[in-house]
Structure formats: C-alpha cells, structure tokens
Design a protein around this ligand. Structure first.
Ligand code: ZN
Length: 215
C-alpha cells in the first residue's frame, strides 16, 4: 500500500531538484542530494563513478537482482514562468522530467528500505547521470559493470500524452537516448519541400517508437 507521506516527499524532492537542475555529466550536487537521502535510509551505496550513484538493497533470498533506473540530468534550456520552484540555474532546466524520475526513485528507495524484510530479490537503485548526451551515463555505468549480475531492469519516463493516473508498459527499449537526424535538402524549393514534410514526420515517428527499426 502506498504511503501518502512518500508521495508528499516525492513532490517536495521533485520541486527541489527542479529548482537546482544540472547539465549532463555535471550533476554533482544532484548526486550529493541523492547520496544524503540514501545514506539516511541506510541503503548501501556501491562504488560507481559519480555523478551517477547506485544503491543496493540485499534481498531476503538474494538469488535474483532487479535494477530500477532513473536518469538525473537536465537540459540546456532557459525556463520561463512564475512557479515558485522555477529553475534557479539560468540556461539549465529540467524540461524532460528527470527531476520527477529521480524523486520517484527516491520514494521507491524509501519504500524498499521500509519493506526490505519482505523483498526476496536484491534491488539495485540506479540514478544515472548524463542521459541527454552521447556517450551517455548508461554507457559508462555498463562499462563499470553495473548490469553484470542483473536479471531484469526497469526504467520509467514521464509522458505528457498519458492520462493522469495511468501508466504504460513496453518491453524492450523505449525513448532510447537522443540522436541527431541530419537532413540535407538539395535543389528543392517550395512544393518539393512541403511534400517532404510527411516523410520527415514519419521518420521522427519511427525513431521515437521503433528506434531499432529506424536505424
Ligand atoms: Zn528524458
């Protein structure tokens, strides 16, 4: 059963992180914030290179390991608006929702620490730096062996097209890390360019929803 306090805490954490966004690979303050929270929960912190940070909770059986992953970086965008928790870091903002992912995984970490006596598998809590650049923080963590003993991994991404209160599930990859699409128009003007528009949109659709097929 979900503890209401966890939801209240997650909202507070999300707003704090939203106020203090950091760019990919530079999330040292975010990493310190997460570390402090995990330490307060007595969750073991594994030896991975910052600003990624990985927590570990030993399961009662421990014969399987489940990884839960959130990305923690923000984007080089200036936020405008009048919310009290607007970005305090000019030119940087959490516009992809990774502040929400981090806050959710912190709430899940707390729930897991409260229920550790009932959880059979080991749980790996991966707060991953640098999702928005290539090579990503995921590449670096995998090179350091983060997935070596993992039987299954789950990630989440907030999605504005989803109705409130609903979640969507998809096996395999989804919203795979950024990629650049370069299109060169040659000898095309007016109507020719207009005719290209559906093709460009279709290619974007393929990249978003079928990333492997599109490449
Ligand atoms: Zn994102």
């Amino acid at each position: 059963m979900l503890n209401k306090n966890l939801v209240v805490q997650a909202v507070q954490d999300r707003r704090f992180l939203h106020e203090h966004p950091e760019l990919s690979g530079e999330e040292y303050e975010t990493c310190a914030f997460i570390r402090k929270r995990l330490e307060a929960l007595n969750i073991e912190i594994l030896d991975f290179q910052p600003p990624s940070i990985v927590g570990f909770v030993k399961g009662t059986k421990g014969n399987k390991t489940i990884a839960l992953r959130a990305d923690i970086d923000a984007l080089p965008i200036t936020e405008e608006g009048d919310k009290p928790y607007i970005s305090k870091n000019p030119g940087v903002a959490h516009m992809c929702g990774h502040d929400g992912h981090t806050a959710i995984l912190l709430a899940v970490s707390e729930w897991i620490s409260q229920h550790a006596a009932e959880i059979e598998p080991n749980i790996l809590l991966i707060f991953q730096s640098a999702e928005e650049i290539s090579p990503s923080g995921a590449d670096q963590l995998i090179k350091q062996g983060v997935l070596e003993d993992v039987d299954a991994i789950f990630g989440i991404h907030l999605w504005h097209g989803m109705d409130k209160g609903k979640i969507g599930l998809r096996p395999g990859s989804m919203m795979r890390r950024w990629m650049t699409l370069k299109l060169r128009y040659r000898d095309m003007v007016g109507m020719d360019l207009c005719r290209m528009k559906p093709l460009i949109l279709y290619m974007y659709h393929l990249m978003l929803y079928n990333p492997y097929k599109a490449l």
